[in-house]
Ligand binder design. Structure first.
Ligand code: ZN
Length: 262
């Protein structure tokens, strides 16, 4: 569980490579995977190769995420070799914890013997005590998604520091909207965390319909990818229903779903 990967990525491609490295590091361990990192990352466990893609559309923001790049998961060859190219997928849920949706997602994960990583907002944690413990008790992990979900690349340094250093306790940090830059990455690293993005964004936050979310994931997910979904920021019944469907299908294809080592 230590983060250790120091990868520097300047471009999204680089980001992908980084992820791969993380994975490689993680692979040797018994822990779960690790997140995607954009820049200096230190991965922790066995892991994923994420590609930052989509937009994490946070609560209230619609659509335009800076970081929506369709992820093309490319893995770092070294990492892939180390990882053994196992059929694992890393599901992640942003913008919670939410008293209605988080428990429902936990139920679906448990039903399929799956685990995931929840990138939480400090504000939501404070408003809904107890959910964090519930998530962890079920064998999942928690990442930080800042305190109030600001676009970290567009706020003053002091505010940025506060959002990164004083948010949820974790070894993984996913910047809102996937919006990052060297200053953001430096703060994340200084706070003792690694930046974790994602490879597949099925855009569940836009509520395109359960089947559209399912199809998007099935068409884009490759082994060791990190998949972005949301347990907060709005009505998530489509996310819950889609998760139930994709886990059943992917499980039948031989995939397993570990939580990232955060
Ligand atoms: Zn978000």
């Amino acid at each position: 569980m230590s983060r250790k990967l120091a990868a520097v990525i300047a471009t999204s491609t680089a980001a992908v490579l980084v992820f791969g490295s993380l994975i490689a590091l993680a692979v040797g361990r018994s822990n779960p995977p690790q997140p995607t990192v954009a820049s200096n990352v230190t991965p922790m466990s066995p892991t994923p190769t994420p590609t930052p893609t989509g937009g994490d559309t946070g609560p209230g923001k619609g659509g335009a995420d800076p970081d929506k790049s369709p992820g093309t998961p490319v893995g770092n060859p070294t990492a892939a070799a180390a990882a053994g190219n196992k059929k694992v997928l890393f599901f992640s849920f942003d913008d919670g914890p939410d008293p209605v949706w988080t428990p429902r997602i936990l139920q679906v994960l448990a039903k399929h013997g799956a685990h995931a990583t929840f990138f939480e907002l400090g504000k939501m944690q404070a408003e809904h005590p107890g959910l964090r413990e519930q998530i962890l008790a079920a064998g999942n992990t928690i990442g930080s998604h800042s305190i109030t979900h600001p676009q970290l690349t567009a706020i003053p340094a002091a505010k940025r520091h506060h959002e990164i250093f004083d948010g949820p306790t974790s070894k993984c940090f996913r910047p809102p909207y996937g919006a990052s830059n060297p200053k953001v990455r430096a703060d994340i690293k200084a706070a003792g965390m690694v930046q974790v993005l994602w490879d597949v964004d099925p855009r569940d936050w836009a509520r395109p319909g359960t089947q559209a979310i399912v199809n998007n994931i099935l068409h884009h997910a490759h082994r060791r990818n990190i998949i972005l979904m949301h347990d907060g920021g709005g009505e998530r019944s489509q996310t819950v229903a889609a998760l139930d469907k994709v886990l059943r299908i992917l499980k039948s294809q031989g995939y397993t779903f570990p939580a990232m080592n955060c």
